[in-house]
Design a protein around this ligand. Structure first.
Ligand SMILES: [Zn+2]
Length: 273
C-alpha cells in the first residue's frame, strides 16, 4: 500500500455497515465529507474513544485504527473515529485537483508540497483549535498555514466541533488521540492528568514508547479533554523519528505489531480509573 486514502476510509465504513457494526456520522467537513464514528463491543461498560488523522499527513494513523477495530477483542465499548480531518487527508494524499479552483490555489499558496500538509481545508491546524489555552502554544500562528494556525476562535472548525460534541455525548472515560511521529506518549496538560501516571506507563511499556511532556503546547483535543476532567486522555505518536513525513507505510507492520494488544489494555485500564 502506497498510502491509506480517503477511498480506503469510505470502503471501510461500508464494510463496517455490512458487518453490522454501529456506525454514526458525527459531523461533516468543510468540503462536505462525512466524519464517522464506529462502535465495537459493549455499551454497558465504561467507553473508550480513539481518533486518528486530525493531522492530514498522519493518515497512517487511520490505517492503524481500521486494523484495531477489526482485529481486536472488545471487552468494553470502544468508539473509533478513524479520520477526523478527511479534507486534509485528501489534500495530503491526492493533492488539490479535487478542490475548487480558488480553494486549490489557496492550499497550494500555504503549502506547495501538499504531501506534508497538516491542517484542514481552511488552513486551520485542528489540534490547536480546542478551548484549552487556545492560541497560547509555542508554534501557534495567527494566519492560515499548513500547521499551527489556531483559527479565528476555539472550535471555529466543523471537525473540532464534531469530536467535541461527540465526546460530550458518549462520555468516554479514556481517549487516545493518534498522531505521528516520535514513539512517545503524552498524558498531561498543565497539571491535569498526572493522576494517571501509572496507567500511562503501562501503555508505554506495551508499546516500548517513552513518556513525554510538552508544557509549551496547548489547544489540543487531549488538552481540552483533560481540562474538562472527563477521564484519562493520551496522545500517542506512532512511528520512528528516523523517518520523514509523509511516513513510510513500509514501516507499518512494525507499528501494528506494537499495538496489537492495545485495546485489551484499554479495557483493563478503563475499568480501573
Ligand atoms: Zn499530529
Amino acid at each position: 500500500m502506497l498510502y491509506y486514502s480517503y477511498q480506503d476510509y469510505v470502503d471501510n465504513i461500508n464494510l463496517c455497515i455490512k458487518l453490522g457494526y454501529t456506525v454514526e456520522r458525527i459531523g461533516i467537513s468543510h468540503a462536505g465529507l462525512p466524519i464517522y464514528a464506529i462502535h465495537r463491543g459493549r455499551f454497558d461498560t465504561p467507553q473508550v474513544l480513539l481518533h486518528a488523522s486530525i493531522h492530514a499527513r498522519e493518515h497512517i494513523t487511520s490505517l492503524l485504527l481500521e486494523d484495531l477495530m477489526h482485529h481486536s477483542t472488545h471487552e468494553v465499548g470502544v468508539w473509533y473515529v478513524p479520520m477526523l480531518n478527511p479534507d486534509g487527508v485528501r489534500i495530503a494524499t491526492e493533492g488539490v485537483g479535487w478542490l475548487g479552483e480558488d480553494r486549490a490555489r489557496f492550499v497550494q499558496s500555504i503549502c506547495p508540497d501538499t504531501s506534508i500538509y497538516k491542517a484542514n481545508m481552511r488552513g486551520v491546524d485542528l489540534n490547536v483549535n480546542f478551548d484549552a489555552g487556545w492560541s497560547e502554544g509555542v508554534g501557534n500562528v495567527s494566519t492560515p498555514a499548513s500547521q499551527g494556525y489556531v483559527g479565528v476562535s476555539p472550535f471555529s472548525e466543523r471537525e473540532s466541533v464534531a469530536i467535541r460534541d461527540f465526546t460530550y455525548r458518549v462520555r468516554p472515560r479514556l481517549t487516545i488521540s493518534y498522531h505521528s511521529k516520535g514513539e512517545v506518549i503524552y498524558y498531561t496538560y498543565r497539571g491535569e492528568g498526572e493522576e494517571y501516571e501509572s496507567e500511562a506507563l503501562e501503555f508505554a511499556r506495551l508499546l516500548s514508547y517513552t513518556i513525554a511532556y510538552s508544557p509549551n503546547s496547548a489547544g489540543g483535543y487531549k488538552d481540552w479533554y483533560l481540562l474538562n476532567k472527563m477521564g484519562m486522555g493520551l496522545t500517542i505518536e506512532i512511528g520512528s523519528d528516523e523517518y520523514e513525513h509523509p511516513y513510510p507505510y513500509s514501516d507499518y507492520h512494525r507499528i501494528y505489531n506494537a499495538h496489537r494488544d492495545i485495546i485489551s489494555l484499554c479495557a483493563k485500564v478503563v475499568r480501573n480509573i
